[in-house]
Write a protein that binds this ligand. Sequence first.
Ligand SMILES: *Cc1c(COP(=O)(O)O)cnc(C)c1O
Length: 370
Amino acid sequence: MSSAAVNVRPEIAGLTAYVPGLSIEEIRERYGLESVIKMASNENPLGTSPLVQEALARHAALAFRYPQGGNPRLVQAIAAHHKVAAERIAVGNGSDEIIDLLIRIRAVPGKHNMVCFDPCFSIYPIQSRICGVEVRRVPVEPDFSLNLTKLAALADENTVLVFVTTPDNPSGYSVPMQALQALAAALPPAALLVVDEAYADFADDEQASSLLAAGIDMPNVVILRTFSKSFGLAGLRLGYAVMPQALGNYYWRARLPFSVNILAEEAGLAALADSVYRAETLRVVREGRAALTAGFEALGCHVYPSQANFIMLAPPKGAMDAAGTFEALLRRGIIIRPLKSYGLPHLLRVSMGTAAENAALLKACKEIWA
Ligand SMILES: *Cc1c(COP(=O)(O)O)cnc(C)c1O
């Protein structure tokens, strides 16, 4: 092979590709199953909103057009939804794109550093490493709570980004708002606190657990939200941030002009308008979370308290372990998420399904662990 093809930056040579949850098609083929339940990727249990499907059909003929630069209609609608100035809204190809851009906008490779927990959402450290930015990590507590004082202690004058996910992935732990406010106030001047609220609206009391919902504004805080979970648009790739206005200006300079495509934009507008689907989603997830938590505890599992649309758990002591449970469920046509890639091979993560899917999972686990 010519060296032109293999000479890559050292940051890239050391990487392994992101491992997503298994797809329904893969499992259907592998085990010859007719129906497969997927509870692995924190997707919306209700499927795609009917209003979104209608909007996608209605705008299919526009696919030959470039989207409007800066997605102004979508930005206005998100700003109205959260009652903040449109100048502070950034939209991206999933919040993944926004995370990547925040790193590239803020961090000078070889000079600046970023701070996050271990484990955490893998996009933060991976995109930082790709960018050549030092990653500083502090372990989560044994009970998976997040000690923000320990996190702050890693920050110095060269820290430009600090990432906190709340509710956290994969544990579902929700950080008290007062602790987040204290963290933002304690950080060195150059450090921007990124609070990833991808799951914040699933909390039993969103107002009490989300800076954005509570209307708490701090000059060094960016809030991330996504259309992938409660809005049900994971496959269309649409995320957004509420950021300080001065930073918003730079965001649009750095973003690829058309990264949010024309159908994602229309779908986002329709999803914001479909308050019935959204309310039903939140009801199904909150009720499912209570039911699955109680159900798994009754089977002898340790279930970590969650405010997200998933729960993390350890199989009962003496029963089949996490890896074996995952495989046994696959053979029964149920996909959940093993947490080996998070460095937690003894734990499993389960996304909330419909009431029927949740019941099917509990029944299967009861048989597997008997
Ligand atoms: C799912 C998820 C997101 C959303 O990512 P998108 O790119 O918007 O799909 C963001 N942060 C965390 C922690 C997540 O789990």
